[in-house]
Ligand binder design. Structure first.
Ligand code: ADP
Ligand code: ZN
Ligand code: ZN
Length: 847
């Protein structure tokens, strides 16, 4: 019997009744089922579904898990252990979330534990291996919260630590002499006195702002006057001081000087001398200090004049969307690049908030959030939460709790934002819905955030708006079938026209010897012209590093990764050979290790080489690169995008990061250095992906008034895809593509599940794949199963790989049944002794 407890009503049995309660908990581990623990009598009233409890799992380990259900049924096959501690008085995972997580586990064929593990920020997952450190901004003197004796004890211990400055949970337990201390830790976290981390790498480093203020002995009229007198002979220093006093009302407000002002505001002011600022600091007139800034500063409330008024076309599109929402839950907004979709989203978000619900705005990539967050903050101020993968764990917890508490009514985030604890969504926006970065490849759950968003909308009664200039074929099909509403915007916002696209035949140019490295004379000439006109340029190359391959000219030796079946890429900046699949790296060689020849040359080219060549050919240009290598640091995106926005850089070279959604007013030229490497890809989506990439990158040109130009370099200009890109004809592309899909039985007509078999030994990998194929054929029929086959890169991180493709009818019941069959087939393989070391992975709706 299950007691459906809800959060508001007290537990039905009080301790006095001596009812024995059991809780089914979700451990954040890939376990096939939930485990049942016993609730201690005296804590019967404390059970919260969706709250965390601490349990023992295995011999030594304790960890936190989520209570999924409470009942009176003892487990049949094992003796239930007691729950050790209850951490939360209110759920950290809401009911709608639990429902969604269950759906994800079923649909994506993984365990609920895997979903929870991916969903919860690590700082919400406590285990005996967690550690705590003092919050760098915490000061006991200024602390306004009362501290309990236990809390004081922990802070004392942390305060006296010298080197590691961290305590493990085990040490905390020993210190307090009790087993149940997790609530104390939670309370200290809440008071922002400590931080929690799991791995040393996650240790928190605060965001520090360099500030200056007037040394306090000058903060009275007499001394200030004396100071002015001494500085009359030093006009530059006087200017700085004047500026400071202008900005900081030292007399009106005594706190103002204490808070000071940002040093950068003085040093970067065009009218002031940075060295004068430093002299004043050196002489003790100004005092320099660090301020730790909040991760989510409360913005000033939005200023009204920053609202755009929608154009006629935008207003019409918005009204059409709202009309569709009257009948349909899902609408596709198909609007060309630069149509002004973002402003329509903002308008719809504002309306949704007026209605009182929550809003989730999904973006495929963080590179994009930097720009759009600024736009949204102006409108939504402190109601806006931001969630992305460059955030530290503690920042994620802050957003998580902000959603729970209602502080953040709008959240903008990347795919993992679908895990946040919403319970009252009224609108979900999936921007650039076609993007493959919405799909998580590894580890489980291998979900597509667009599909999860649609399901979440369905569960919570929210409306979902999908937006794109190049909708996924599957999405457009649903719209054509009338399942989604369809709204189109065919013109750019304002005066901007669509860019003019030209092809450059690199084969001809090579024959005519007019190529300079990888630049055709036309592309180079056009870049120079644009720079001359003070306009900006984006160059797209689909590969990072300097060169994908290095080869000995004499014996043909090519350095390969020791763990993967790929050649190593040369990275000039670090002078290393790197594997892009496992991260393996070696120093670059100057001599062939095989034959001793010094003729070791790079073959092919990546973004680093494009950047390098361009700097040599156009020394006057300021070139920046944006790819995985230049954006590892937390704020690198913002930096690069900010520099380009402010026109400190003229040319931005990058991988697909530069193709997506970015909005720069002054870009009038986009160059695609090598289109051919994008088109030739062994996959049924290759054509679609190439089309989307070309249209999207082209879409960065000429977005505000100025006519944009796109130059595409290719060795084969005859390929059909170019024609569609040049004419910007989505429907023609779609009609051709959907025909292909129908003919060959691919989505949206069929569902695809990709099975991957991995093993360290090649022979066993192949055998296991053959065995699995047979098991699958037996259950699903010959025609549903394709393969096994080794992929192009057949070994990654020391595992050999075999793939099997399963195609299934779309009907829900068929699919559900088939998935069970697939799980059974996997179990049959795992039962074979010889395949003990093999891994079997199912990927539903692979991309
Ligand atoms: P999309 O997302 O469709 O590619 P954006 O929303 O980025 O297009 O809009 C393109 C440009 O037009 C942006 O710079 C945006 O600020 C501007 N814009 C869009 N709508 C308006 C409006 N109503 N008023 C002023 N500027 C607008
Ligand atoms: Zn050699
Ligand atoms: Zn490798």
């Amino acid at each position: 019997m299950s007691l459906a407890l809800d959060f508001t009503s007290p537990a039905p049995a009080s301790a006095a009744d001596r009812v024995t309660l059991f809780a089914d908990v979700i451990l954040p581990l890939p376990l096939p089922r939930l485990y049942t623990y016993r609730v201690p009598y005296e804590l019967n009233d404390n059970v919260v579904i969706g709250g965390r409890v601490i349990v023992q799992f295995g011999a030594k380990k304790t960890l936190s898990c989520i209570v999924a259900a409470v009942h009176e049924q003892a487990p049949k096959d094992y003796q239930a252990k007691y729950i050790l501690e209850f951490i939360d008085d209110a759920p950290v995972v809401t009911q709608p979330q639990l429902k969604l997580f269950r759906w994800m586990a079923d649909y994506y064929m993984c365990t609920l534990g895997e979903v929870i593990n991916a969903a919860l920020p690590s700082a919400l997952k406590l285990s005996s291996e967690s550690r705590i450190q003092l919050h760098p901004a915490f000061s006991r003197e200024e602390n306004e919260y009362p501290l309990t004796a236990q809390e004081e004890q922990i802070l004392d211990a942390l305060g006296t630590l010298e080197e590691s400055k961290a305590l493990t949970f085990t040490e905390v337990g020993e210190l307090l002499g009790v087993a149940s201390f997790h609530k104390v830790i939670k309370s200290l976290m809440h008071k922002e006195a400590i931080f929690l981390f799991e791995h040393t790498a996650d240790k928190y480093s605060p965001k520090v702002l360099k500030k200056v203020r007037l040394a306090h002995h000058f903060v009275n009229e007499a001394s200030l006057e004396m100071l002015f007198n001494t500085l009359t002979s030093k006009p530059k220093q006087l200017d700085v001081l004047m500026k400071y006093l202008q900005r900081v009302p030292v007399y009106q407000n005594e706190h103002a000087n204490h808070a000071g002002m940002e040093k950068a505001a003085l040093t970067s002011s065009p009218h002031l001398s940075p060295s004068a600022v430093n002299t004043l600091i050196k002489n003790g007139v100004l005092e320099q200090f660090d301020q730790i800034v909040s991760r989510f500063p409360l913005e000033d409330e939005p200023t009204a004049q920053l609202h755009f008024t929608l154009s006629e076309a935008q207003t019409a599109a918005r009204d059409e969307i709202l009309n569709h929402f009257g009948e349909k839950d899902i609408v596709l907004l198909h609007g060309v690049t630069g149509a002004g979709k973002t402003e329509i989203y903002i308008d719809l978000i504002r309306k949704a908030l007026e209605g009182g619900g929550q809003v989730l705005y999904l973006l495929p990539e963080i590179a994009l959030t930097a720009q759009i967050v600024t736009r949204l903050l102006r409108v939504f101020g402190s109601r806006l939460g931001v969630y992305h993968s460059k955030f530290s764990d503690n920042e994620r917890v802050e957003v998580w709790n902000g959603v729970l508490s209602g502080r953040f009514q709008v959240v903008i985030g990347v795919r993992s934002a679908v895990f946040l604890p919403f319970d009252d969504l009224s609108l979900i926006i999936v921007d650039e819905e076609h993007e493959s970065s919405y799909k998580q490849y590894d580890p489980a759950p291998r979900y597509n955030a667009r599909e999860v968003a649609l399901m979440m909308g369905n569960f919570q009664g929210a409306k979902t708006l999908l937006g794109s200039a190049t909708p996924a074929v599957e999405t457009y099909y649903q719209a054509q079938q009338g399942r989604y509403g369809l709204v189109s915007l065919t013109k750019r916002f304002g005066e901007a026209g669509m860019p003019e696209i030209e092809l450059i035949d690199t084969r001809k140019q090579r024959e005519a010897k007019t190529m300079h490295n990888h630049f055709s004379a036309e592309l180079l000439g056009e870049i120079e012209r644009k720079l001359g006109a003070k306009e900006q340029v984006i160059l797209f190359q689909n590969r990072r590093g300097y060169a994908p391959v290095v080869a000995c000219q004499d014996c043909g030796w090519i350095p390969k990764c020791t763990n993967c079946a790929v050649s190593l890429s040369y990275h000039k900046h670090s002078h290393e050979l790197r594997c892009h699949y496992c991260g393996y790296h070696d120093p670059m060689v100057s001599k062939c290790p095989c034959c001793g020849s010094r003729a070791v040359k790079t073959v092919g080219f990546g973004t680093e080489k494009i950047e390098d060549d361009l700097k040599i050919m156009l020394p006057q240009a300021n070139v920046q690169r944006m790819d995985l290598d230049t954006t590892r640091a937390k704020n690198a995106y913002q930096q690069i995008i900010g520099d380009f926005e402010k026109q400190n850089t003229n040319v931005l070279v990058g991988t697909q990061m530069v193709t997506k959604g970015l909005d720069f007013a002054n870009v009038s030229l986009v160059g695609i250095i090598n289109a051919d490497s994008i088109i030739h890809y062994p996959d049924f989506r290759a054509h679609e992906r190439a089309y989307q990439m070309f249209v999207q990158v082209s879409g960065r040109a000429g977005r505000k008034g100025k006519k944009g130009k796109v130059l595409i370099q290719t060795a084969d200009p005859q390929q059909v895809i170019f024609d569609k890109v040049i004419r910007n004809d989505y429907l023609e592309f779609y009609n051709y593509e959907i025909m292909q899909r129908r003919e060959h039985g691919y989505p949206p007509f069929m569902r695809v599940i990709k099975m991957t078999v991995k093993h360290m030994e090649q022979g066993l990998c192949e055998q296991a794949a053959i065995f699995l194929t047979q098991e699958l054929v037996e259950r699903l029929g010959r025609t549903a199963v394709l393969g096994p086959e080794a992929p192009y890169i057949f070994r990654i991180r020391n595992f050999f790989i075999q793939e099997i493709t399963i195609k299934l009818d779309r009907a829900h019941t068929v699919l559900k049944h088939a998935k069970q069959q697939i799980l059974d087939a996997i179990d049959a393989c795992k039962d074979q002794k010889e395949f003990k070391q093999a891994r079997f992975v199912a990927d539903v709706d692979p991309m």
